[in-house]
Design a protein around this ligand. Structure first.
Ligand code: MV4
Length: 501
C-alpha cells in the first residue's frame, strides 16, 4: 500500500480524499495556490506545498508544477479528485513516466473515453446502444447535410472533443443546419482547440442516468447501480439521487450490465461512470464515460455501503476487488444537494467574500462533505462549490423530508448561496413525484425569486456567531505549512454584512 499520497485538488473533494487517506493510515500532501493558503484542505493535510499563483492554469492545472511538488515531497501516488487534471491523459501519462501512480484509469483508456467519436466507434462494434448518428467526422457541409437527412431531424451537433454541452446545438430543420454547424465548430475550436463536430439524433426531454463502476487491474468489473442526475442548470448538476425513479429492476440490471461492458471494452481501470440518456419510452443510449471520481459519488456510497475513494486507492495499489457483482445491493434512498456560493436570485452569479458564519446541519442520515469554515474567504478563481449535503433514509419520501429539514437548519452568512433555492426545489410537487427530466429547472424554476431568510433568523445566526467568537469555540486549525499564520477568523471579520458581493 502507498505510504504517501498527494491530492492534486482543492476544496471539499480534497478534504474528502485526505480523510480517506487518513483512515487508511496513508500520509497526505495537499497542494495550494496563493489563493488557497488558508483553505481547509491545506489545514487538515499532513503536509502542504504551494504550487503557484491563483489562476488554475498556473497552479492546479500546471502539470510540471504538480509533478515537481510530488517529487519534492516524495509521494507514491497522486489523487486528482474531479475537474482540473482528473481526466487529462497527458497528466496520467506523465505520472506513469515519472513512476508516480495516478489514482485513476490508465492513460490509454483515459484518452479513448475522452474522444467521443472514437469511443462511439469502439462501443458500437461491441453492440453497446449508442445514440443514432454519424460514425465519424466529416468536414464538408454537403456531406453533413446528407447525414442529417439520414438521421432525421431534429439532430444535435456535438463537439468531438466535447463534454459539458460546449459546441452543442439542436437543429430542427435543414435551413438551420449550416449556420448552426459554423457556430458549433467555432465554439468547439475555442473551447477544445479542435473544431471537429458530429451529428446525433436529438433525444427530447431525456433523463440523465449514470452508472458507477469500479474496475481493478485484474479484469474484474462491477457496477454500483445508478445515479439520477437529470436536475441540471446549464449542464451543471444541482441535485442527484439514487435509486432513479425511472428504472425498474429489469431495466436497472440491463443498464448495469451495459455499463460493465463499456468498461471492459474500453480496457478501463479504477473508478468511472457510464452516462446514459433515457428517453420517454425507456430506451437508453450510451452518452459518455466520466473517467474520474464524481461530485455526486456520495449517494452511491450511502446506498451501497462501499467507500469509493478507499477502493480507488486500493485498486491503484494493485489490489483485487473484494466483492463480486452479486455481493452488491442498493439499500434505502440517498439525495445530494450541491451547495454553491452563488446567487440564485441573480442568474446564479458566483458570490465571493468572507464566510461570516457557518452552521452545518447534523442528524441521523445526514452527511456533509465540506470545504469551508467560518472566517474563510471564498476565492473568485475556482468553481464556487462550498460543500455537499447528502442525506440517506429508508425511502425517498423520508429522504426528501430529511433533506428539507437539513437545508432549513443550514446557515451560511456572508456570501449568497443556493440553499434556499434547493429547499424549494426539493419541496416542489413535481420533484416529490419523481418527475425529473433535464428540463425540470427550465420548466419549474425559470423565474424563481424565493423567500429570503427572515431577518430574525439572520439576526439569531449573527448572535450565535458573536457568542462563538467570545468563547473561541470555532477557530481555524494550524497546519504544517501555514502554522505561522494561525488564523482566528474573529479578528478579521470586518464589517458585519449579510449580503455578500
Ligand atoms: C444529448 C441530448 C439530446 N440528444 N444528445 C448534454 C451534455 C452532454 N454531455 C450531452 N448532453 C445532451 N446530449 C442527444 N443526442 C441532450 C443533452 C442534454 C443533457 C444531457 C444530460 C443532462 C442534462 C442535459 C441538459 C441538456 C441537454
Amino acid at each position: 500500500m502507498f505510504k504517501k499520497i498527494m491530492i492534486a485538488n482543492r476544496g471539499e473533494i480534497a478534504v474528502r480524499i485526505i480523510k480517506a487517506c487518513q483512515e487508511m493510515g496513508i500520509s497526505t500532501v495537499a497542494v495550494f495556490s496563493d489563493a488557497d493558503r488558508l483553505s481547509l484542505h491545506v489545514q487538515i493535510a499532513d503536509e502542504a506545498i504551494g504550487i503557484g499563483p491563483p489562476p488554475a492554469m498556473e497552479s492546479y492545472l500546471d502539470i510540471d508544477r504538480i509533478i515537481q511538488a510530488a517529487q519534492k515531497t516524495g509521494v507514491d501516488a497522486i489523487h486528482p479528485g474531479y475537474g482540473f487534471l482528473a481526466e487529462n491523459a497527458a497528466f496520467a501519462r506523465r505520472c506513469e513516466k515519472e513512476k508516480i501512480v495516478f489514482i485513476g484509469p490508465n492513460s490509454d483508456a483515459l484518452e479513448l473515453v475522452g474522444d467521443k467519436v472514437r469511443s462511439r466507434q469502439t462501443l458500437e462494434k461491441a453492440d453497446i446502444p449508442i445514440i443514432p448518428g454519424m460514425k465519424g467526422i466529416v468536414k464538408d457541409t454537403s456531406a453533413i447535410k446528407a447525414e442529417a437527412q439520414k438521421i432525421g431531424y431534429p439532430v444535435m451537433i456535438k463537439a468531438s472533443a466535447g463534454g459539458g454541452g460546449k459546441g452543442m446545438r439542436v437543429v430542427y430543420t435543414e435551413k438551420e443546419l449550416t449556420p448552426a454547424l459554423e457556430a458549433g465548430m467555432r465554439e468547439a475550436k475555442s473551447a477544445f482547440g479542435d473544431e471537429s463536430v458530429y451529428l446525433e439524433k436529438y433525444i427530447e426531454e431525456p433523463r440523465h442516468v449514470e452508472f458507477q463502476a469500479l474496475a481493478d487491474n485484474h479484469g474484474n468489473v462491477v457496477h454500483l447501480f445508478e445515479r439520477e442526475c437529470s436536475i441540471q442548470r446549464r449542464h451543471q448538476k444541482i441535485v442527484e439521487e439514487t435509486p432513479s425513479q425511472a428504472l425498474d429492476s429489469e431495466l436497472r440490471a440491463r443498464m448495469g450490465e451495459t455499463a460493465r461492458k463499456v468498461m471492459q471494452v474500453s480496457e478501463y481501470n479504477n473508478a468511472g461512470t457510464v452516462e446514459f440518456l433515457l428517453d420517454k419510452d425507456k430506451n437508453f443510449y450510451f452518452l459518455e464515460v466520466n473517467a474520474r471520481l464524481q461530485v455526486e459519488h456520495p449517494v452511491t456510497e450511502l446506498t451501497t455501503g462501499v467507500d469509493l475513494v478507499h477502493h480507488q486507492i486500493k485498486i491503484a495499489a494493485g489490489e483485487k476487488l473484494p466483492f463480486k457483482q452479486e455481493d452488491l445491493e442498493q439499500k434505502g434512498h440517498a439525495i445530494e444537494c450541491r451547495i454553491y456560493a452563488e446567487d440564485p436570485r441573480n442568474n446564479f452569479l458566483p458570490s465571493s467574500g468572507k464566510i461570516l458564519y457557518f452552521k452545518e446541519p447534523r442528524g441521523p442520515g445526514v452527511r456533509h462533505d465540506c470545504g469551508i469554515y467560518s472566517g474563510w474567504d471564498v476565492p473568485i478563481y475556482y468553481d464556487p462549490i462550498l460543500a455537499k449535503l447528502i442525506v440517506w433514509a429508508e425511502n425517498r419520501e423520508t429522504a426528501c423530508q430529511r433533506m428539507i429539514k437539513a437545508l432549513d437548519d443550514y446557515v451560511i452568512l456572508g456570501v449568497q448561496t443556493s440553499i434556499r433555492f434547493l429547499r424549494d426545489l426539493i419541496g416542489h410537487p413535481q420533484f416529490h413525484k419523481g418527475e425529473t427530466t433535464t428540463h425540470f429547472i427550465q420548466d419549474h424554476f425559470a423565474d424563481w425569486t424565493g423567500e429570503k431568510d427572515s431577518e430574525e433568523k439572520q439576526r439569531l445566526a449573527l448572535l450565535a456567531a458573536a457568542f462563538d467568537s467570545l468563547h473561541g469555540t470555532t477557530s481555524g486549525k494550524g497546519s504544517q505549512t501555514t502554522k505561522k499564520e494561525i488564523y482566528s477568523p474573529w479578528l478579521s471579520l470586518g464589517k458585519w454584512r449579510l449580503g455578500g458581493k
